[in-house]
Design a protein. Structure first.
Length: 256
């Protein structure tokens, strides 16, 4: 069964966000070189509904409702975005994530986390679905196999991490508000959660609302997870695409 029809606000945002106007912002962390990114102004102008617009569970139904553990049982040592998109997210991390002695949690992780080589982390926890893939992640200091769609509770103490990341997997979360509350809990005060995504996915495993929306709509959907989960602040969206024919790449992030 298809999800309900889209909220009017989402349709309006999708049209507005596709306008060419972007505001340029300069970002840098810990003395790193500043990089200019395209902030999406229409995201700041959303007239948010009073309640979560995707409360109907049908929005999170998927074409393939079989166990995710079965789907992800065989390791896939591939990258799910092209080289330009990988470069884009790595550069974004370099410009925004603390570079020395910080702690990071990579959710829905695999054999690669796209972290910049220039960064020296004290702790990198990777949580994903396939033990073999996580075992190949050379940046990881600890590894957890867990299906967040079955158990969204993160096995970490409060205020544990400076940064939480998720690369091209937010579209598979069937319990996003619970997971976003958990991300907020395990972040240190002032820490940041960075959700990045492209236009690629396993369509049978993506939630229904993702398949109903375009790139601009995806930005609005992820923004709503921040908005309606708990007390995130400074939530903003960026187009970090490298261009030159590479996959598009977007970030929505929030601060604890």
């Amino acid at each position: 069964m298809l999800p309900p029809s889209l909220p009017n606000t989402l349709l309006l945002f999708s049209r507005a966000a596709m306008l060419p106007a972007r505001s340029k912002v300069s970002l840098a962390a810990d003395g790193a070189a500043k990089i200019i990114y395209s902030k999406i102004p229409s995201f700041d102008q959303i007239d948010w509904p009073e309640e979560f617009p995707f409360a109907d569970p049908k929005y999170f139904q998927r074409q393939d409702e079989s166990l995710d553990a079965v789907f992800y049982d065989s390791p896939r040592y591939v990258t799910h975005i092209d080289d330009g998109a990988i470069e884009a997210i790595s550069k974004y991390y370099a410009a925004t994530v603390p570079s020395k002695g910080s702690t990071l949690l990579d959710l829905c992780s695999s054999w690669i986390s796209h972290l910049p080589e220039s960064h020296e982390f004290e702790r990198v926890a990777v949580l994903g679905m396939n033990e073999a893939e996580l075992g190949r992640n050379r940046r990881a200091t600890e590894r957890v196999v867990q299906d967040l769609n079955i158990n969204p509770t993160l096995p970490f103490a409060d205020d544990s991490f400076d940064t939480v990341t998720n690369v091209v997997s937010v579209d598979y979360l069937t319990k996003p508000l619970e997971i976003f509350r958990e991300m907020h809990r395990v972040l240190k005060p002032g820490g940041t959660a960075i959700m990045s995504f492209s236009n690629r996915c396993f369509p049978t495993k993506a939630v229904g609302i993702w398949g109903q929306t375009d790139d601009a709509g995806h930005i609005w959907v992820v923004g709503s997870y921040f908005r309606y989960s708990t007390g995130w602040r400074d939530v903003k969206a960026f187009d970090i695409s490298e261009g030159r024919g590479s996959d598009p790449m977007f970030v929505v992030q929030g601060t604890k």
